[in-house]
Design a binder for this molecule. Structure first.
Ligand SMILES: *Cc1c(COP(=O)(O)O)cnc(C)c1O
Length: 384
């Protein structure tokens, strides 16, 4: 059976994997080694030094490529390291168009690390693909898309943007952290690069910090591999193993995340003390039609604003939650709650934040896979 034709739920478990050659271990061993014996100078079994390659990392990279329907996977020490590698494809003077509702760490990397090196970033609304073309110049080399966006859950039309990117020969990269390949496959929709903070849903157990890139083009893969090796922010063997183990249950976890997400989004939407709920599964969501066409389901990420809520009200609610843990991050089996204004988005100036809807009272939930009844009871008591 050709691997490409396997269904997603099979790929998460078998994609790019075969039993270890040495002893038939079904799970790839943790090759906790920095170097490899050579029989003559340069004569080795494909591994010379673990920054360049490590067999456990290779197993993870093959699995990543498989589940994203791509040819080449690369695993990094963090999601930020993966994004850093993508921007290093550029040179001073190049321009990047990015979504304006963006992971705070990506905004910080772009503005504070790469802008001083002469790369120009423009943050624009991308809910309408028509809004993008006017910003394209001869210097535009990369379009950076996050969808669903964080924390406003806007949905951006990957296919429409990829047509534009192709027309002007611009690279299109999609941060697929929130959706995961269970929900959407950016490469199939025309993106050149798919990026993950595998720290989140792919790892799934809040026990690693890992990043990933997947591409189809050999030349692009070679360039990224060179940057990975030369800059050195690689994923270690233990973290590779844990992420690989996480990926094997991605499909069953995501199914439950989506079910619980729907139940909770609907509960909050009916709650008299809740002003607004952001979740792409609602028919009234402004991008619901795009969500339906490019995603298989709507995920477990939800943001909401309490009625007449202030900064203090939001803090009070998140502090009262007992099953939802107040924490940064998302995508683990356990439910988390966050307050973007003081946590993930505190590095974005208040005026910038509020322009895109990240008001002081906004609360973001990463709905876990616990029993939905318990999660609702928890929200009920905290909001009361
Ligand atoms: C967490 C996150 C990142 C950064 O990944 P790390 O693994 O924390 O470095 C990037 N994008 C999104 C959408 C994220 O949620």
């Amino acid at each position: 059976m050709s691997e490409k034709n396997l269904k997603f739920n099979t790929k998460t478990i078998h994609g790019g994997q075969k039993p270890d050659a040495a002893f038939g271990a079904v799970m790839p061993p943790i090759y906790q080694t920095s170097t490899y014996a050579q029989t003559a100078p340069g004569d080795h079994k494909g591994y010379a030094y673990s920054r360049s390659a490590n067999p456990t990392r290779t197993a993870l990279e093959n699995a990543l490529a498989s589940i994203e329907n791509g040819k080449y996977g690369l695993a990094f020490a963090s999601g930020m390291a993966a994004i850093d590698a993508v921007v290093k494809l550029l040179k001073p003077g190049d321009e990047v168009l990015s979504t304006d509702d963006l992971y705070g760490g990506s905004y910080r990397l772009f503005k504070q690390i790469f802008e001083p090196f002469g790369i120009v970033f423009r943050f624009i609304g991308m809910q309408s693909a028509n809004n993008i073309e006017v910003h394209i110049t001869k210097k535009t080399k990369l379009i950076w898309v996050e969808t669903p966006t964080n924390p406003m859950m806007q949905i951006i039309d990957i296919k429409a943007i990829s047509q534009l990117a192709k027309k002007y020969a611009i690279l299109l990269a999609v941060d697929n952290t929130f959706a995961t390949p269970y929900l959407q496959l950016p490469l199939d929709l025309g993106a050149d690069i798919v990026m993950h903070s595998a720290t989140k849903y792919l790892g799934g157990h809040s026990d690693v910090v890992v990043g990933a890139l997947v591409v189809n083009d050999k030349e692009l893969a070679d360039k990224l591999y060179f940057i990975q090796k030369a800059s050195g922010a690689v994923c270690g063997p233990m973290d590779s193993f844990l992420t690989l183990r996480g990926i094997k249950t991605l499909h069953v976890r995501m199914q439950r995340h989506c079910e619980n997400g729907k139940t909770i989004a609907e509960y909050l939407a009916k709650h008299p003390k809740i002003e607004k709920v952001y979740w792409p599964g609602f028919q009234e969501h402004p991008n619901h039609e795009i969500a339906k066409s490019q995603m298989n389901d709507f995920g477990g990420m939800i943001s909401f604003v309490p009625k007449g809520g202030s900064y203090e009200d939001a803090i009070k609610i998140v502090e009262k939650l007992q099953i939802f843990t107040l924490a940064e991050s998302l995508g683990g089996v356990e439910s988390l709650a966050g307050h973007p204004a003081s946590m993930t988005h505190s590095s974005i100036p208040k005026a910038e934040r509020e322009k895109i809807g990240v008001v002081d009272a906004l609360i973001r939930l990463s709905v876990g896979i616990e029993d939905a009844d318990d999660l609702i009871e928890d929200l009920k008591q905290a909001i009361r």
